[in-house]
Design a protein around this ligand. Structure first.
Ligand code: BGC
Length: 424
C-alpha cells in the first residue's frame, strides 16, 4: 500500500478522460425499456440496497442533464479539464427506435456529437450498449432472446459503417455481469426478474454478441496499417475474505474472482484488443453459519470510509485487480472509477489515491494507458434516481445549468500536469 506523498508522473501519452452513459445524461430516451419502466415507478418509494437512498421518492430520468442538447457546453468543460479522451455511449433505442430501421435524424445527431469531440482533438471511446435496450427488443425478451446477438450486430453495423471513422475505441457492452445480476438475479432493474436460468441465457447471449460485433467491427473498419480497438467494460471488484485465514472465506474469494471478474473474458477469448476495467470498491465475503452462500458487502472493522452508496473506499484494490490482469498481456484502460459523495475533499482524495495505485501498477509492469473518471456530471443513477452524486460538475435539477465542483479543479490539475500526488 502506498505511503509516500511524492508527486508521481504518469506515462507520456496517457489518456485522461471522464465517462458518461447516454440514458443517464441525455434525457428523453423515450423508446427505451428503462423509460417505460420509469413511468410505472414515478413517485414510488425507492426499495434499493443503498441505505442513504432508500425510502426516497423515485424521479424518472426525464430530461436528465439535457446533455442531448447541451453536449457542446459539456465538451467545453472536458476541454477545460485538460482531457484528451472521453467515454460516452450511443443509444441503441434512438439509432434503431423501430426494429430494423436506421433513424437518420439520430444518426446525424451523433455525427455532430462525435465530430465535436474530434474537432477538439479528444479521443473517442464509444460504448454501444450501456444497460438500456430499445423497447421493441425488450418486448422480445431482450438479451434472453437467442437472436439478440444478431440484433445487436445489426445495430453495431449501422453505427460502425456510418460513424466508425469518428471512433478510436469501441466498448461493445458495459458491465455484462452487473446487468445480468441487477436485471435477472437481484431483480432491481427492468425487467426485474429473479431467474437464474434466464440470467445464464443473458450472459451467454451477451458473450455471443460481443464476439460477433468484435469480428464485424474489425471487418468493417480495419485498414492496412490500422487495426481498430475493440473491447468491453467489466466491473471488476477486489474481493477479500472477512477473516484473513478462514478456509471457506478464502475459497469464496477465489470463486467470486473467477466468476465475477474473469468469466466474461473466458467466454469471449481472443476477442479483445484491450481490457476495459471499471473499479469502484472492495467486497468482503463472510461465511454465513449454516449456509453455503457467503454474506457479501461486509464492512470490516478496519474499513470505516464509505461512499454515499455504502461502498467501501479502498484504493489499493485497484492495484490488486490490475496486477491480476497483467497476465492477459493487453493494454488496460480504466473505463470507470468514481465515488458518490457530497464531500469534495473525499472525491479529490479518492481520485488521487486511486491514480497513485494505478501508477504503482504501471511501475510493476501493468500496461495501463488511460483513466476515465465516472462521471463528468451528476446524473440519473438508475434505480436510485438522481440521489447519488458522482459528478465533477453539479447540474441544477430544474435549470440544467452546470457548476464545476472543487474536485473538477483537482482533477484538472492532474490531467494538465500528467502527475498525481497521493493524499494521506
Ligand atoms: C455503471 C454506471 C453507474 C456507475 C455507478 C457503473 O457500474 O456503468 O452506469 O452509474 O456504476 O453506480
Amino acid at each position: 500500500m502506498l505511503k509516500s506523498n511524492k508527486v508521481l508522473k504518469m506515462p507520456d501519452g496517457f489518456l485522461w478522460g471522464t465517462a458518461t452513459a447516454a440514458h443517464q445524461v441525455e434525457g428523453n430516451n423515450i423508446n427505451s425499456d428503462w423509460w417505460q419502466w420509469e413511468q410505472k415507478n414515478v413517485g414510488k418509494i425507492l426499495d434499493v440496497k443503498e441505505k442513504k437512498f432508500r425510502n426516497k421518492k423515485f424521479e424518472p430520468s426525464g430530461l436528465a442533464c439535457d446533455h442531448y442538447s447541451r453536449f457542446e457546453e459539456d465538451f467545453k468543460l472536458i476541454e477545460e479539464l485538460g482531457n484528451n479522451a472521453h467515454r460516452l455511449s450511443i443509444e441503441w433505442a434512438r439509432i434503431e427506435a423501430e426494429e430494423g430501421k436506421l433513424n437518420l435524424a439520430e444518426l446525424e445527431h451523433y455525427r455532430q456529437v462525435l465530430e465535436s469531440l474530434k474537432n477538439k482533438k479528444i479521443k473517442v471511446m464509444l460504448t454501444l450498449n450501456h444497460f438500456t435496450l430499445p423497447s421493441w427488443l425488450a418486448d422480445k425478451g431482450g438479451w434472453t432472446n437467442f437472436k439478440s446477438p444478431f440484433y445487436f450486430n445489426r445495430y453495431a453495423t449501422f453505427v460502425a459503417k456510418n460513424l466508425g471513422h469518428l471512433v478510436d475505441f469501441w466498448i461493445t457492452i458495459n458491465e455484462p455481469e452487473i446487468y445480468m445480476d441487477m436485471s435477472y438475479m437481484s431483480g432491481f432493474w427492468p425487467p426485474q426478474k429473479k431467474d437464474i436460468k434466464l440470467a445464464g441465457w443473458v450472459y451467454f447471449n451477451m458473450a455471443r454478441a460481443h464476439k460477433k460485433v468484435y469480428k464485424n467491427i474489425h471487418k468493417i473498419l480495419d485498414k492496412k496499417g490500422h487495426k481498430t480497438q475493440v473491447g468491453f467494460s467489466m466491473n471488476v471488484m477486489s474481493f477479500a475474505s472477512y477473516r484473513k485465514h478462514n478456509f471457506w472465506e478464502l475459497f469464496f474469494v477465489h470463486a467470486a474472482d473467477r466468476i465475477v471478474n474473469h468469466s466474461f473474458y473466458d467466454l469471449t477469448k481472443k476477442s479483445h484488443d484491450f481490457l476495459g476495467v471499471n473499479y469502484y470498491f472492495r467486497v468482503r465475503l463472510k461465511k454465513n453459519e449454516g449456509s453455503l452462500i457467503p454474506a457479501v458487502d461486509e464492512v470490516h472493522e478496519d474499513e470505516s470510509e464509505l461512499s454515499d452508496m455504502g461502498w467501501v473506499v479502498y484504493s489499493h484494490g485497484i492495484f490488486d485487480v490490475l496486477m491480476d490482469f497483467k497476465d492477459f498481456n493487453l493494454p488496460i484502460y480504466i473505463t470507470e472509477n468514481g465515488i458518490a459523495t457530497e464531500d469534495e475533499d473525499q472525491r479529490a482524495k479518492f481520485i488521487s489515491n486511486h491514480l497513485a495505485e494505478i501508477h504503482h501498477a504501471i511501475q510493476a509492469g501493468v500496461d495501463v494507458r488511460g483513466y476515465f473518471y465516472w462521471s463528468l456530471l451528476d446524473n440519473f443513477e438508475w434505480d436510485k434516481s438522481f440521489g447519488p452524486k458522482f459528478g465533477l460538475v453539479a447540474v441544477d435539477r430544474k435549470k440544467k445549468t452546470r457548476k464545476p465542483k472543487e474536485s473538477f479543479y483537482a482533477y484538472q490539475k492532474i490531467c494538465q500536469t500528467n502527475t498525481v500526488r497521493p493524499v494521506a
